[in-house]
Design a protein around this ligand. Structure first.
Ligand code: 5AD
Length: 468
């Protein structure tokens, strides 16, 4: 069987989808190639959230297509995921050497389509249709091309799509309408991962705080879910959201040490979720809560559904419940019409909250989104300037706060080799900070206490602690 190489752009959801496609192909007998240079099938799993991500994948495919045309005519090339979904056939018109374009609801069909192409039954395939129940089709895992039993951390997708329609965002168009998998289904997948050695699970969704508002149509598939009535009853417990009930169920899994999730939305961040941090011992003290802007005027234009005050209120409650909780966020600079005052509101909020980490994005016009046509689009220079100012502030604050951790003792889960220095190991604190230390592979997958000896930018260095 041919060898396949999958290159992934974008978010953790995409990483998870690539893992599932890899697992699906390996189950059919494909091998995983070590690099694109030796692969017989090359798939790019794409991201559309900003233009830069699309350009990167397009450029990569142009190079691959030129190489394949000249030197390796039998190699199969394909686009998967978000850009495949939003551009569809246009991609093949532009790059005729591409054989396959598979949208976000069709990942589970990849093996069949590749079979057809390799056997010569079909020349090119474009499939970006919607498919009911697609959110429940991908259950198999494969990590970094290795069997799942070596992986300490795992991603589990709990829902697909988004109904929020933030005016800047392309996701509702690339990932479709929101639909949730059932608790039973998700817990079964988590249990299997734990059985194969996973110690930490991250639950993934575009807006996990909307989990359970709109159910998967796979209710009607026999054997996959409890009956809708039973589930609805189960979820009618007053004051407790479906998402918190899911967290409770995952927290029960024996052998699982840690739970994380991404991303919640400030709009649906209820007190029950704040309280869950105090109640559920496996839920790590870390929250990624996308802010986008510190200006109420912009939050409204963005269609975010919360105010600055509401955002600050959630963070205060979280910190009251779990002092030291790691808080990270996403912020967009240069949204259409953003004035210096609006931007200063974002700066002042960053100063007030002191995020442990903030991912800053320069606004990028996305097709079909309302903000793309809003008046007051900012120049590239203006966006870059604001990006730099905010980045400088976020880094300064993080630097100061990371240094305060020197001398403290903390628990980490050892994930594997340090990315920057393979002579060292890395793990994460419960608050989601990276700790690098001298150790060996035998520490992998261990929960370990370390003493923090030094702090770099967004990285801590530690020594394994000997407990008195
Ligand atoms: N331009 C810039 N950043 C964007 N994001 C989403 N859409 C855009 C866009 N059009 C950012 C948001 C989101 C993160 C995943 O990407 O901050 O939280």
């Amino acid at each position: 069987m041919p060898s396949v190489y999958i290159k992934t752009y974008g978010c953790q959801m995409n990483e998870r989808d690539s893992e599932a496609v890899a697992a699906q192909l390996v189950a059919k007998g494909y091998t995983l190639a070590q690099s694109e240079h030796v692969a017989e099938v090359i798939l790019l799993n794409t991201c559309s959230v900003r233009d830069l991500a699309e350009q990167k994948a397009l450029h990569k495919m142009e190079n691959l297509a030129a190489d394949v045309r000249r030197n390796r005519p039998n190699v199969v090339l394909g686009f998967l995921g978000c850009m495949a979904q939003s551009r569809g056939r246009e991609l093949i018109d532009r790059l005729p050497n591409v054989d396959l374009v598979i949208g976000t609801q069709k990942f589970h069909r990849t093996a069949d389509y590749l079979d057809d192409i390799i056997a010569g039954r079909r020349d090119q395939v474009v499939d970006v249709e919607e498919e009911k129940g697609s959110e429940a089709t991908l259950r198999e895992h494969l990590f970094n091309g290795k069997p799942a039993d070596r992986s300490v951390t795992a991603f589990v997708s709990i829902m697909q799509g988004c109904n929020q329609y933030c005016t800047f965002c392309i996701v509702p168009y690339t990932r479709g309408a929101e639909r949730s998998r059932t608790i039973t289904d998700i817990v079964a997948e988590c249990r299997e991962l734990v059985g194969r050695g996973a110690k930490e699970i991250t639950l993934l969704g575009q807006i996990v705080t909307s989990y359970g508002k709109r159910w998967s149509s796979s209710f009607s598939l026999p054997g996959t879910s409890p009956s809708p009535d039973k589930l609805k009853l189960e979820l009618q417990r007053p004051g407790k959201s479906a998402f918190v009930q899911l967290l409770e169920a995952v927290n029960e899994l024996e052998g699982l040490e840690r739970i994380r999730f991404t991303s919640p939305h400030p709009k649906g961040y209820g007190d029950d979720l704040v309280e869950a941090y105090a109640r559920l011992p496996k839920l790590c003290e870390s929250a990624h809560l996308p802010l986008q802007s510190g200006s109420d005027r912009l939050l409204k234009l963005m269609h975010r559904g919360y105010t600055r005050e509401r955002f600050v209120g959630i963070i205060e409650k979280l910190r009251r419940s779990k002092p030291g909780i790691g808080i990270s966020t996403d912020i967009i600079v240069g949204f259409p019409g953003e004035t210096e005052e609006d931007f200063e509101q974002t700066l002042s909020l960053a100063r007030e909250i002191e995020f442990d980490q903030a991912y800053i994005f320069k606004y990028s016009q996305r097709r079909d989104t309302p903000a793309a046509d809003m008046p007051g689009q900012l120049s590239t220079e203006m966006k870059e300037e604001r990006n730099e100012r905010l980045l400088r502030l976020v880094n300064e604050i993080a630097d100061r706060n990371y240094k305060k951790l020197v001398g403290s003792q903390t628990q980490i889960l050892v994930e594997g080799l340090s990315k920057k220095n393979s002579a060292r190991m890395m793990g994460r604190t419960r608050c989601n900070k990276i700790v690098v230390f001298d150790g060996s592979d035998r520490h992998r997958s261990e929960l370990m206490d370390v003493k923090i000896t030094r702090a770099g930018l967004f990285t801590l260095y530690g020594d394994p602690a000997i407990l008195e």
